[in-house]
Design a protein around this ligand. Sequence first.
Ligand SMILES: [Fe+2]
Length: 469
Amino acid sequence: MAEAEPASSTNFFLDGNFAPVAQERDAQGMAVRGSIPKDLAGNFLRVGPNPVHIFSEEAYHTFDGDGMIHAIEFSEGSAHYRNRFVQTEGFKLEQEQGDWVYKGMNSIMDPTPARIPEGAPSNKNLANTAFAYHNNTLYALHEPSQPTVIRLPELETEGATDFDGKLQHPFTAHPKVDQKTGEMMTFGYAFAPPYVTYSVINATGELVHSTPITIEKPVFMHDFACTAKYSLFLDFPITLDIERAIAGGPALDFEPEHGSRIGVMPRFGTDADVRWFTVETGSVVHTANAWDDGDEIVLQASRSKTSDIASAGLAAENLEDTQGQLYQWRINLKTGVVAEQVLSAVHCDFTRVNDAHACHQTRYVYGAVFNPSRAFSFDGVMKFDNETQTTVTFEYGENRFGGEAVFAPKVGSKAEDDGYLICFVQDETSHQSECLILDAQDIAAGPVATILVPYRVPYGFHSGWVSAP
Ligand SMILES: [Fe+2]
């Protein structure tokens, strides 16, 4: 049964199904339309901002919410839903105080003093953005912070890690795991030099390589990409400017005169090895994948003409120009020439591939399809085929919205797309939250199973999948 309609707010990101939920709950034996595949075994995960204590309802930014994980554990055709807060230090501190301690990114200039006690972290590690699974360890990630270790299947928080003191920089929400070597590549960006620092963590979880990456001014470098040989850095024009913020402007803004360039460095290279390739000016929030192809590197990502990241798209004058399309850069390392093209006309983001093939050539890209008129809203899911250059979509239906869909391989899966696409969808008319399971080889056919979740699952950021051992 659907929950009551959520409370309304004048802040878009606290209104309707963006509004947080207060309780942690479990559900089993949920109603299902269709049937849950028996060859689906593991945990589907979705993390997002779920604020408890808010300094200013008006100024609240969706990036500031406490991380909450919504998960469904699949086994033998059954499903177990759980939602849990990530018990970060900042979250626990505000729970103890019973009120806000941290003010949030839009309130940095507000004269009200923060309430951070001595010895407490100066910034809140929100662990609200995305997951990585590496060395049998699940991390909830937040790009200004350290990774937070989460235990499956109960979603208990083990705590933040600095990899035995070796992690000396913020850790992106989008590290890349090369499952063929077991290595995890990561980076972090900062307001102060070095603006970017990169690291490699080996298959046994030891941080074995770090190097600064020099760029001229700090940028919002949310994602990057790796091939088997190279790591790729996107020096694109969403700039970070404290002086602009002090003058009353946005800290993050699209500044086209900054231009766009891609830095290419060997996986274990250093700053001096980075080669920069200038490309058409645009904006990339998320990559899909990259791979080596002879003398060339192929990079695929969701790319938009411009960006409105500061307001999360709510103030965009031409929303369509801020919505990405699947795009490809082919970088020839011998000639220095970069060929670039739009691959699909569909406006999409949250581009993903089968994680088992990250850093290696992939045929398929999955993405969340943008609603053309409401910011930060997704109407369906898409699958792009690099071999046939075609896009297939599945739309959720009227007044139904979703988010990132993740690929979950079938037990014993052989082919790249032999598995399922899983996502949460909200029916905003009936206020019913659902978990959709689509056959990744035939997404147009619609879900093979729709689980009716008895509790509201708010919209969030990224999804993840961890197969059962
Ligand atoms: Fe992201």
